[in-house]
Design a protein around this ligand. Structure first.
Ligand SMILES: Cc1ncc(COP(=O)(O)O)c(C=O)c1O
Ligand SMILES: N[C@@H](CCOP(=O)(O)O)C(=O)O
Length: 551
């Protein structure tokens, strides 16, 4: 499929009055020429790839953005990708303003100094206390905007009804639900691995009773949920009857919205440390990583012109990314580590037969990182470009290479080692660190003792990686470590680390009022087996019920 064809193969064609500033292509090379609106509503490309912009726009004026508010900065950055012909400037400003008015901090994503040259970018001040809110509040409003526009003057079954299907290891689910609850013409189906999200995360999702919200607890792991979502997108049958939409970071708008806080944190650092950090200095980012969406947003900010010294990929013991950077091989893990005893690794972490380890940072318990595919495209493109042929050829080569790697991942469980120049290019911009559960607990404890700060386990993985990276970093480099969730979402890990600390009281020190009494609320969730067809049947049944006003 190409250029301006119907969304999902059956939706309305892109409206020629909304001329795009930017075209998008698929990482697997078979799908191209789409507008921003197309890719936001479509989510996943029809060849199974992920959408990327044909060109990464440069931001030559970025230095003059230093004193802008978060929302003004967001407007400037997003405008590089969304032309006023697609969304008029006033409308875009309004979408951005509404999206961030729900945040509890005037900075939206405040930066605080943690210790020495390590700074913490707090991304958890949105409605669900996780970094996903930054993108999903925006995406929810964007969906609404496009649907209102498409449905003007239409009634009943003629209206464009979006069926969002998403997979979550805990945080995307609630953030997407809060971004979309009660919105007209949208149904939301969130699949989470039954029993493998934290109790608060589960309650945040299942206590939302709006008729358009459907929680499905899948007997399986996060990757099974993600595979079901991708199978639904690949199924022509459901695509013919329902217009599927994505809220996971396969949706380009998720990545785009997240680029803003990389710039914003850089400017906050310059404002906070005018004597030691000047605009133009390079900064290092450490990012707790699972699906690779958050760190990929940083990569786009870097490619747009932000001076970055290195990105540190921080993984937990589900370490496919760390292993790639160390070996050049991208491989799913064998079921159990060599030292496993009856499903328990030597450090006490539970390893499931499917290869996923159940760690203290469960939102990163992911076997395969879906956004890594987007980076692979850019790495392959860079290598193709050294051949000196034309850009069209380079893009085609990159798409073919990515399709071949991803096919090996599917059929053989992995690929690699990749060519030396691909790995060298990856290592120029990124490095990686793997942080075990005991190290995560030690980090939470150490920073609580040292500076009185309570880190959530995911943020602790990032901070420990930042601390290790600081030992190798050039003298004086400032490191911004992304804090991806509020500690109250992970009471188990935080209490494990801090319960013996004198004076520590989880309820008084950590628990926000919004979480109090959640467990007393009514819940709605359906259990489903790990079978995409069973999920498809539920989606059909529930959407029909909603459209007939039965729910
Ligand atoms: C709290 C938390 N930290 C880190 C991550 C990893 O982010 P990403 O999947 O974008 O790499 C996630 C899940 O996505 C998360 O929920
Ligand atoms: N950690 C995520 C997993 C889904 O990742 P996404 O960024 O692709 O939506 C979660 O919390 O659900």
């Amino acid at each position: 499929m190409s250029n301006g064809d119907a969304v999902n193969g059956n939706g309305p064609a892109a409206d020629s009055t909304h001329t795009p500033s930017q075209r998008y292509l698929s990482t697997r090379g078979e799908d191209s020429g789409f507008s921003f609106e197309d890719v936001v509503l479509k989510g996943l490309a029809s060849d199974g790839g992920l959408y990327i912009p044909e060109e990464i726009p440069q931001a030559p004026e970025w230095q003059s953005w230093k004193d802008l508010s978060f929302t003004d900065l967001a407007f400037n950055i997003l405008s590089l990708y969304i032309s006023p012909a697609e969304i008029p400037a006033d409308d875009l400003r309004d979408i951005i303003r509404r999206s961030y008015s729900t945040f509890r901090s005037e900075h939206v994503t405040p930066l605080i100094h943690l210790k020495d040259n390590i700074h913490l970018l707090e991304l958890f001040h949105g409605p669900t206390f996780a970094f996903k809110d930054v993108a999903l509040q925006f995406l929810g409003n964007l969906f609404e905007y496009f649907l209102v526009r498409r449905n003007a003057g239409k009634e009943g079954r003629d209206r464009y009804h979006l069926t969002v299907v998403g997979a979550t290891s805990g945080d995307t689910g609630s953030a997407a639900i809060y971004g979309l609850r009660g919105k007209k013409d949208v149904s939301v189906f969130m699949l989470h691995p039954k029993g493998r999200v934290s109790p608060i995360q589960e309650l945040q999702m299942t206590t939302v009773l709006d008729p358009n919200v459907h929680n499905l607890a899948v007997t399986g792991n996060f990757d099974n949920c993600q595979d079901i979502v991708k199978a639904l997108f690949a199924d022509p049958d459901i695509n013919a009857t329902h217009k599927l939409g994505a809220v996971n970071s396969i949706n380009w708008a998720r990545i785009l919205a997240q680029t803003v806080y990389y710039f914003y944190s850089y400017f906050q650092l310059a404002r906070q440390q005018p004597d030691t950090f000047k605009i133009g200095d390079k900064v290092r980012f450490s990012v707790p990583s699972g699906n690779f969406g958050d760190i990929l947003a940083g990569y786009f900010a870097f490619r747009m012109g932000l001076p970055v010294d290195k990105f540190v990929i921080a993984t937990n013991e589900n370490d496919i990314l760390d292993r790639f950077w160390k070996t050049g091989r991208y491989e799913k893990k064998p079921a159990y580590g060599a030292d496993a005893q009856g499903g328990l690794e030597s450090d006490g972490v539970k390893a499931h037969e499917d290869g996923v380890k159940e760690t203290l940072s469960p939102a990163m318990d992911i076997l395969v990182s879906s956004n890594f595919e987007r980076l692979l495209w850019f790495l392959a493109y860079e290598v193709a470009a050294t051949a000196g042929l034309n850009d069209e050829w380079n893009k085609r080569q990159a798409g073919q290479q990515v399709a071949s790697w991803l096919s090996d991942l599917k059929t053989k469980g992995g690929f690699g080692p990749v060519y030396d120049d691909v790995l060298a290019s990856a290592r120029r911009t990124f490095e990686s660190e793997r942080v075990s559960d005991p190290q995560t607990l030690d980090t939470i404890r150490a920073f609580y003792r040292d500076v009185g700060y309570v880190l959530d386990p995911h943020s602790a993985v990032g901070v420990e990686a930042a601390r290790r990276s600081a030992e190798r970093a050039p003298q004086g480099v400032q490191i911004i470590s992304l804090s991806t969730a509020h500690p109250a979402k992970f009471a188990g890990a935080v209490n494990l680390a801090l319960e013996k600390e004198e004076g520590f009281d989880f309820e008084k020190k950590v628990l926000p009022e919004q979480f109090v009494g959640l467990d007393k609320k009514e819940k709605r969730v359906r259990e489903v087996v790990n079978d995409w067809k069973a999920v498809r049947d539920i989606v059909r049944e529930e959407v029909e019920g909603e459209l007939q006003g039965k729910r």
